[in-house]
Design a protein around this ligand. Structure first.
Ligand code: ASP
Length: 416
């Protein structure tokens, strides 16, 4: 929704989303699961609409972006900066998680035997780094698109864009014009879907609140506090510092520009489903060029997950604390590395971060039914944490896009 400075506050989309969230909490609390089942479809339709446009949007965006950058030095430089930012921000997130879990020690003496447990969802997770690399190279692009395998699609689109850049001028321009037109159409379609956000968010939040039993939250309150503190520090201190130091960007302006994707990430718990909104906002409001945003954001939604990285580290150490296992410095180091890999491997869908935590616990020898029991208990209270870490994941991607754009000499980024 386009707004001008004279638009009354209640007509701005982010306020409408906030109101929808508040109404969702109210209706979910008062109406319980009966109310949730009546309005849940609104959220489902909204998320389906977002998912529907991910593949064509990412496809047109990357091909157009890479096609206009070219495949040579420009692309290599962009790739280096982007990867550098992903690794730096994820490690900082993990360090914050490590700090809080050692400071608060939520698992020491925690008794979770009586707490509610939940069945873990079946999500595909890579078993190793090699597995992750293998999955990047698709054997069939159409199959990757059909199954929503983002890494495979991104890999193909980058190569395809680079090949277009090598065409002779006249053919290159006509192909790029075609992709540009298709991309603009996808952006318009995204804009239409975003207008439905208040209804979708209302459905999603009512369902979460109406279907969640809050008793489970007591047993793990300290653990939730630990994760929430870590995520808050990363989102409101670490990432803003990176924006200032690396991008000379005013974090307040960046936050204000990013309100819509952040509320969307929070409501859907999926950086994948939020990607169309993130892409559109980073280009139209933050002011990052398509060349940079189409490179940094789709890949970021898939591999750069700061909130998840923080969660993997703090969550695995929490499990160790509950089990009374002492992890020495070397083992904590191993947790740090595997937490980074797990966050890269986690799919951009709800609860993926929790399911993949076994990769981290396994690495330090924490296995068996007790670990499964603890993770099941963590799953019972995962949704609010997932909402918050997804918002952090999306925010970090947008900070990365803004920082890389500034480093490439773009001056209109987060201009007041
Ligand atoms: N839900 C998160 C996301 O989509 C991943 C996670 O569970 O940590 O970004």
């Amino acid at each position: 929704m386009e707004t001008s400075p004279n638009t009354p506050w209640f007509r701005t989309l982010h306020w409408q989303i906030f109101i929808a969230m508040a109404l969702g909490i109210l209706v979910g609390r008062l109406g319980g699961s009966a109310a949730a089942s009546k309005v849940a479809w609104m959220g489902q339709v909204f998320v389906s609409l977002l998912k529907m446009i991910i593949v064509p949007l990412v496809f047109t965006s990357i091909v157009k972006g890479v096609g206009s950058v070219g495949g040579g030095l420009g692309l290599g430089r962009l790739f280096g900066k982007t990867m550098g930012y992903y690794v730096l921000s994820s490690f900082l997130a993990i360090a914050v998680g490590l700090l809080f879990v050692n400071l608060i020690q939520p698992g020491v003496g925690a008794d979770i035997t009586g707490a509610a447990k939940a069945e873990l969802p079946e999500l595909e997770a890579p078993n190793s780094v090699g597995d992750l690399l293998l999955r990047m190279v698709p054997t069939n692009v159409a199959a990757s698109a059909a199954s929503g395998d983002m890494l495979g699609i991104i890999f193909f689109c980058i190569l395809f864009g680079a090949a277009i850049a090598c065409l002779p001028d006249s053919s290159r321009e006509s192909v790029l014009n075609l992709f540009d037109g298709a991309f603009q159409a996808m952006m318009t379609l995204t804009g239409w879907i975003i207008r439905l956000a208040p209804l979708g968010v209302f459905g999603l939040i009512t369902r979460v609140v109406g279907e969640t039993g809050f008793e489970a939250f007591q047993a793990l309150a300290l653990y939730m506090l630990t994760i929430a503190c870590g995520l808050t520090v990363h989102m409101f201190i670490t990432l803003p510092i990176l924006l200032i130091v690396l991008g000379r960007i005013n974090p307040r302006i960046h936050f204000r520009n990013m309100l819509e994707p952040l509320t969307m990430a929070f409501s859907t718990s999926s950086s994948g489903a939020t990607l169309p909104v993130t892409l559109r906002t980073v280009e139209t409001k933050v002011g990052v060029s398509n060349r940079v945003s189409s490179f940094v954001l789709p890949m970021g939604a898939t591999v750069n997950m700061d909130g998840t990285a923080l969660y993997e580290c703090a969550g695995a150490l929490f499990i160790a604390q509950v089990m009374g296992a002492e992890l020495g410095l070397a083992q904590q180091g191993l947790v740090v590395i595997t937490a980074l890999l797990a966050s890269i491997g986690a799919a951009a869908v709800p609860s993926a971060g929790l399911v993949i935590i076994f990769l981290v616990t396994d690495a330090v020898g924490l296995r068996g039914p007790e670990v499964e029991l603890i993770v099941g208990t963590m799953f019972a209270i995962d949704r609010p944490l997932d909402m918050y870490r997804t918002a952090v994941n999306v925010f970090s991607d947008s900070c990365g896009a803004a920082i890389v754009a500034r480093s490439e000499g773009e001056t209109g980024v987060d201009a007041a």
